[in-house]
Design a protein around this ligand. Structure first.
Ligand code: ADP
Ligand code: ASP
Ligand code: MG
Length: 477
């Protein structure tokens, strides 16, 4: 009997009809004898709306806050009416009301205070998941599948990095043993809120936007699941975002290492940290389409035989910036850069890629936009003396750039990839701002103006990945 963690994303639970279909998928596998643990996201766009309401509260826009809260009530009421007849409606309705009332109370407090710490934001943001998990469990029960709502703050233990928390795997494992296994043994279906957890002290935390995928793999690892299935609105992992490259095709299988790179460099289909917990335990992750459950999807596996196609996918982080630090020639730049990287490590800042040029004694850091200000401030504090005495030139920041990542384990040892890549980019008349190729040769990253990112993505996809577009490759022996 296999144990499967199934995570349903926002569009897969976006309406009464979608929830009924998703619950039907769960019931089918549960009836066939599988142990199923469900992880749900909030209904599509609900977290965005909660965030908007919180920001309105923080900035004193009371009418906008009330309007947003009304919208949230109406959206959930409509789903409840579409799913439940009178007798089943009462208890789930009151659970939903309790969660939405809590959101109202928190927003009123934020409005009064005029500010909200990351900890307070994390108390409010997962309420969308609380509501959807209650509704999903009630829907399963209505279909005759025995399900229980599970509050993520009781089972998924994290550190206290509010807004971007990381799991404490050992503690989470113990909590799952105490609270989830006893539900699985009598063949019940735990329905866990995605996106969130809590510190050991019980303070609610979130795992970063899009974090329900991460909840799915964390719980999969903690429960020693046989597989994790991520149900979404596309057929699997595609060669590119189909919204940008409509001729993108589904990859039947990809390796964990490739999926890590793909998600890190912006492929929204999997949260950027979600692969790690599964990878560490060797648990296969499937990406499947809840609109088309009959389609196999993509299987993410520990390793794969060498592919004939050197490039597997192309993706982009569209909100990046380039921070450049240049030193005077007579300084030991290695020491300066060493101190800088140490600081970035302490502050948990991800550098998308970096370039270093000895001839110019310069270092370029390509960062996600939200990290840029923190890094610039850190540089100004750390090198106050060097900047004052001209040992370092003023920090320069190039905003609004996109990082395009070209990925595939088959690029290793394959000749001519860079030549083809940059000829394709040149064809779009876009100039490349910075380039890096990882030593593992798993990816090539380069930065361009964000406004042209989609043109570049399409050109690179056409060169390497469009059906019939890939040319034969030569391999180094
Ligand atoms: P969910 O709400 O199910 O978590 P998301 O919107 O977070 O879904 O992720 C799915 C979306 O990811 C797809 O609709 C697609 O537009 C986007 N996407 C970006 N890159 C890729 C890719 N390489 N393969 C598949 N989908 C991708
Ligand atoms: N609802 C959360 C978000 O929109 C988490 C998720 O959907 O994965 O970010
Ligand atoms: Mg998602």
């Amino acid at each position: 009997m296999s144990r499967i963690v199934m995570k349903f994303g926002g569009t897969s639970v976006g309406s009464a009809e979608r929830i009924r279909q998703a619950a039907g998928i769960v019931k089918q596998h549960w009836t066939a004898g599988c142990e199923v643990v469900v992880v749900v996201s909030a209904l599509s766009q609900v977290t965005d709306l909660i965030l908007k309401v919180l920001n309105a509260s923080r900035e004193g826009r009371a009418a906008e806050m009330e309007q947003g809260l009304r919208q949230l009530n109406l959206r959930h009421e409509e789903v409840l009416r579409g799913l439940f007849l009178k007798d089943g409606l009462e208890s789930v309705s009151s659970q939903v009301k309790t969660s939405l009332q809590r959101l109202h109370d928190l927003c009123s407090a934020v409005l009064l205070l005029g500010s909200a710490t990351p900890q307070v934001m994390d108390m409010a943001l997962p309420l969308g998941e609380q509501v959807s998990a209650h509704i999903f469990a009630a829907c399963l029960n209505q279909l005759g599948a025995a399900a229980d709502f599970v509050d993520s703050s009781r089972v998924l233990i994290t550190d206290d990095n509010f807004g971007d928390a990381s799991p404490e795997m050992e503690l989470t494992g113990r909590k799952c043993e105490q609270l989830i296994l006893p539900l699985l043994q009598p063949h019940r279906i735990p329905v866990v809120m995605g996106y969130s957890g809590a510190t050991v002290q019980g303070q609610v935390t979130t795992l970063g936007r899009g974090g329900s995928d991460y909840s799915g793999t964390i719980l999969g690892a903690a429960l020693d699941a046989d597989e994790v299935w991520i149900w979404t609105d596309v057929d699997g992992v595609l060669t590119a975002d189909p919204r940008i490259c409509p001729d993108a095709t589904t990859l039947p299988e990809i390796a964990f290492a490739e999926a890590v790179e793909l998600s890190y460099y912006g492929a929204k289909v999997v949260h950027r940290k979600a692969i790690r917990p599964a990878m560490e335990r060797g648990i296969p992750v499937w990406i499947k389409n809840s609109f088309k459950p009959e389609v196999a999807g993509t299987k993410i596996v520990p390793s794969l035989p060498e592919s004939k196609r050197p490039v597997k996918a192309v993706t982009a982080v569209t909100n990046a910036s380039l921070v450049t630090l240049t030193t005077r020639r007579d300084t030991h730049f290695a020491e300066i850069f060493g101190r800088l990287f140490l600081r970035l490590g302490h502050e948990h800042i991800d550098v998308l890629f970096s370039t270093q040029s000895s001839s110019e004694d310069s270092l370029g850091l390509v960062l996600r936009e939200p990290d840029t200000e923190r890094v610039v401030n850190a540089i100004r504090r750390l090198f106050r003396t060097e900047l004052k005495h001209g040992v370092l030139n003023p920090v320069s920041v190039h905003e609004n750039i996109a990082v395009i990542a070209v990925l595939g384990s088959g690029m290793k040892g394959t000749c001519g990839i860079l030549g083809r890549l940059f000829s394709a980019v040149a064809g779009t008349n876009v100039s490349v701002i910075a380039v890096a190729q990882g030593a593992s040769e798993l990816n090539i990253c380069f930065a361009v103006e964000a406004s042209r990112a989609n043109d570049v993505l399409r050109a690179v996809h056409a060169e390497f990945l469009s059906p019939g577009g890939s040319r034969p490759v030569a391999r180094n022996s």
